[in-house]
Design a protein around this ligand. Structure first.
Ligand code: B12
Ligand code: SF4
Length: 514
């Protein structure tokens, strides 16, 4: 079949994300003998025009759109992305190729299936992992066969569809509104399933120029149960591990296409620890010419020997996500480790000198100014001056999480609120004025500490900043240069923070969308 795939994600902060999910689906469709083109709108000037022209030129049987982010998870400056996707992408396809069928997939669809499906006004949504399910969907379409949850797992359809066959309805007990009756599409064997081969589908050089590394998954799943997290809703609780040799083969192949920066995008990189260790050994043995980094370093079980192995394996930086350094808050978030583990991880990272971006999330149930202060004191004591720290305020509540259940139990959200639009929890024990005062003062006196309010940059500004870093010869992940930049621009940063503070002062309530 003639297939057009579209990546509408134009977010460039913290860096543009290579759409490896969509690329994986593209490789799988290509393997199955379909004629595939991928249109990447990340750097497109006019997303409507680019999509419209591709749809009209190609007149595809099926258009697959990946939907990654619902919103930017930013309490102070929320941006909801789906309106642009509907208006500039779905409508462009409808106008350019009116008879094409549109199917959506991706992490946002996996978080809020039915709402994405309805809001975007598409024909189908495929919930779960697409690399095996989408080829099955196309095979069923081609054969004009009836769809069932066996033939196409994870499929949601609407009465509006022009297809013959049984329509799948969004009913049954749900983890999220729109949970498909037969469950989500899951890939059982990650060894034989398709890989992204992203160099075939997108211009990796454009990502590289904007600080976007090549992304690789070493496994899927997370067994932990943090109260706010949707990752294990997306990837499942059971670990599906890839063989370390296969992961490193994939990286080696990427280097043959010019890739020099690789980021691991597992939900948690270092768990299970034995798999992490085996991967680090294989990376060290193969010594590929790449700089490695990872998000999702979980402080649980991080010891000096593990960090040493990361360094030997070629890691230049990591993103560590303790979320808090207060035992009260860690327990409330159900993180599964205590402050002692966060201190041990910090010690290990400091000793090895691996540059670290630390993430803390403020506002869990039970959080008070005292627990926030404890986290700031931890940063003062354990985080080196050249490491970055980001404090985000407010917790984005997602459907299907324990935090949703808690919020609905206490009446924070109405029982039928789908939490599709940016929806937040922030501990009522925190006084806004005092909290923001504390955070702004902390950021002012620490060039390496940032509040989320400072992170929202438009695409043009993000490109200018990263371009300037390149011109100055500053290499590696851009965040590593922020402490330097903030020191150089201390005065204007202070003014910027004062402006943020004025804006933050006006926030007096947590928006509820009930
Ligand atoms: C790694 C990661 C990051 C890294 C990205 C690094 C990089 N180099 O790519 C960093 C830390 C930079 C990051 C940033 C952000 N992230 Co992030 N990130 C993730 C994470 C952990 C993995 C994403 C990934 O690569 N998955 C691997 C690929 C293979 O999976 P996939 O894309 O889902 O694709 C599969 C299916 O979805 C499906 N599929 C995909 N496309 C299509 C299309 C069709 C047609 C079909 C049928 C199927 C299909 O098949 C694919 C293969 O199985 C997810 C959580 C998670 N576990 O999914 C969050 C996640 C995607 N991020 C999220 C968000 C919000 C963001 C940010 C906006 C803000 C933030 N606070 O972090 C920014 C935006 C960045 C950007 N430029 O878009 C949210 C998105 C949902 C939402 N809440 O809106 C998630 C789900 C986490 C969360 N907070 O809930 N992120
Ligand atoms: S460890 Fe990370 S991915 Fe796993 S449940 Fe907790 S926040 Fe989610």
């Amino acid at each position: 079949m003639n297939v057009l795939l579209v990546n509408p994600n134009r977010e460039r902060m913290p860096w543009p994300a290579v759409p490896i999910g969509l690329c994986t689906v593209a490789t799988a469709l290509d393997r199955a003998g379909h004629d595939v083109e991928l249109v990447d709108l990340t750097f497109a000037r006019d997303p409507f025009k680019t999509t419209f022209e591709a749809a009209r030129r190609r007149s595809p049987d099926v258009v697959g759109i990946t939907v990654r982010n619902l919103d930017n998870c930013n309490f102070e400056s929320p941006v909801f992305y789906l309106k642009e996707i509907r208006d500039a992408v779905v409508r462009a396809v409808r106008q350019g190729a009116p008879s094409s069928r549109i199917v959506i997939g991706g992490s946002a669809v996996n978080v809020s299936p039915e709402d994405c499906f309805r809001y975007l006004e598409v024909d189908y949504a495929l919930v779960g992992e697409g690399e095996e399910a989408l080829p099955r969907f196309l095979a069923a379409l081609e054969a004009k066969a009836e769809f069932s949850s066996e033939s196409v797992p994870g499929l949601l359809g609407a009465a509006a569809t022009r297809d013959p066959g049984k329509l799948l309805r969004t009913i049954g007990p749900r983890a999220a509104p729109g949970e498909p009756i037969g469950g989500r599409a899951v890939v059982r064997d990650l060894e034989t399933s398709a890989r992204s081969e992203a160099w075939r589908w997108v211009r990796l050089s454009q990502y590289q120029a904007n600080g976007g590394p090549f992304s690789v998954q070493t496994k899927r799943g997370c067994a932990l149960k943090c109260s706010y997290c949707v990752y294990n809703g997306i990837e499942g609780r059971a670990y599906r591990l890839r063989k370390p040799e296969a992961v490193v083969d994939e990286i080696q192949q990427a280097t043959e296409h010019g890739v020099r920066n690789v980021e691991f995008v597992d939900s948690t990189f270092n768990l299970p620890l034995s798999h992490g260790r085996a991967l680090l050994d294989e990376l060290a043995r193969r010594a590929l010419p790449v700089e490695l980094s990872t998000m999702g370093l979980n402080p649980a079980g991080v010891r000096a020997d593990f960090i040493e192995s990361m360094k030997r394996a070629g890691f230049k930086s990591v993103m560590c996500t303790p979320e808090s350094a207060s035992d009260v808050t860690l327990a409330s978030l159900n993180k599964g480790y205590d402050k002692g583990a966060v201190i041990r991880a910090a010690d290990a990272l400091r000793r090895t000198g691996l540059r670290t971006f630390w993430f803390f999330m403020i506002g869990a149930p039970g959080e008070t100014l005292d627990t926030v202060r404890e986290t700031l004191e931890f940063c003062e004591e354990y985080v080196p001056k050249d490491d970055m720290v980001l404090f985000t305020t407010g917790i984005r509540v997602y459907s299907g999480t324990p935090l949703e259940a808690y919020c609905k139990e206490i009446g924070w959200f109405a029982a039928d609120d789908p939490l599709f639009l940016p929806s937040w929890y922030l501990s009522p024990e925190l006084d806004f004025e005092a909290l923001y005062g504390m955070l702004v003062r902390a950021a002012e006196s620490h060039p390496n500490w940032m509040t989320n309010a400072e992170t929202v940059l438009g695409p043009a500004m993000a490109t200018v900043m990263k371009g300037a870093f390149r011109m100055l010869g500053w290499k590696g992940p851009f965040w590593q240069h922020l402490p330097k930049l903030h020191r150089l621009t201390a005065r204007s940063r202070k003014r910027g923070l004062a402006e943020h503070h004025e804006r933050l002062r006006r926030i007096t309530d947590v928006p509820h969308h009930s």
